[in-house]
Write a protein that binds this ligand. Sequence first.
Ligand SMILES: Cc1cc2nc3c(=O)[nH]c(=O)nc-3n(C[C@H](O)[C@H](O)[C@H](O)COP(=O)(O)O)c2cc1C
Length: 326
Amino acid sequence: MANAEYAVAGVELDSPLLNAAGSINGPNAEGLLREVDLLASTGIGAITVGSFTIPRQEGNEVKFGSPTYHYDAVEGKTYNSMGLPNIGLDEAVALAPDVVSRSHDKGKPVIYSGSPTMSPESGESVEQARRLVYEFLQTGVDLVELNVSCPNVVTEGGGRKPIMGYDLESMAELIDVLASEVGEGQRVGVKLPPYVTDEEKLLIPEVAKILRAKNVFSFLVTANTIPNQIARNQDGNPILSVPNGAGGMSGPATKEAGREQLQMWHEQMGDRLDIVSALGVDSGQEVAVRRSLGAVAAEGVTFLWESDNWASKVSKVLHDFADAVE
Ligand SMILES: Cc1cc2nc3c(=O)[nH]c(=O)nc-3n(C[C@H](O)[C@H](O)[C@H](O)COP(=O)(O)O)c2cc1C
């Protein structure tokens, strides 16, 4: 049963540990349901599924070969350029009742993550975002998370599509469109990119002002992976298969960055909305640190993907969390 001690945007969580977007995804609905079942039987606080884009996407592995995921165990750095492989909006909507019943049977709320792609063939990105949020809210999922931060959409020239969360004009337009067409006070959150460079950090108060202007988002997730990072092998060649070899970086080595992002956003938003903290969350101690810095919950991908057994990993993290807050 849900534990009222923990909640995101009024939705009670089983525990303060979530799986972050991208940990359960892929172009295969059966695989996705299998992972939902697997995670639902653990102590996880809620189940995040996606990110889903409007079109179905095979992801970068099909286009460029593998690997599109690499974990450097020595440095504790995760690199990914998965490129959002997913079943697409229509199938995600059709699958939602199944995802919800499997999760709710085990007392787990469901978070559906949607991601506009900045690809004009699927419409303007703000319109994509509106459609994803609007349609997901009808499905019976508990919360909808809007990812404005995917760094891994490869352009025809081999570069990367711009990240919406760094673009003030798009963010302002997004808030206006969602306020008028989806409404305020909904069960919707925004997943932001990390603001790492001095220039990016200057954007934080501006983005915060935009977010505060309307009550569109009831929670905020910070942060997505650090964009444009290149993992190299011993010969100095890029490991990831995508053009330029650049991917998003996360993992234990990004812990300090994750904490800093959380602190900066908590300072801006205070108690106006709930914050879920990601980037480098790898242990119960770290979940406790993130909560002490103002997050209602913490989440990750690497702690799951780099463990052989999700159930025992989640159980260990929660056990260590309980010890840490005693
Ligand atoms: C393999 C992989 C796939 C990811 N896919 C998504 C995604 O589809 N949508 C999203 O919002 N974030 C995605 N992320 C980012 C994570 O949700 C999260 O923000 C963070 O980077 C994970 O940090 P951690 O690996 O240190 O736990 C992905 C991260 C990884 C490692």
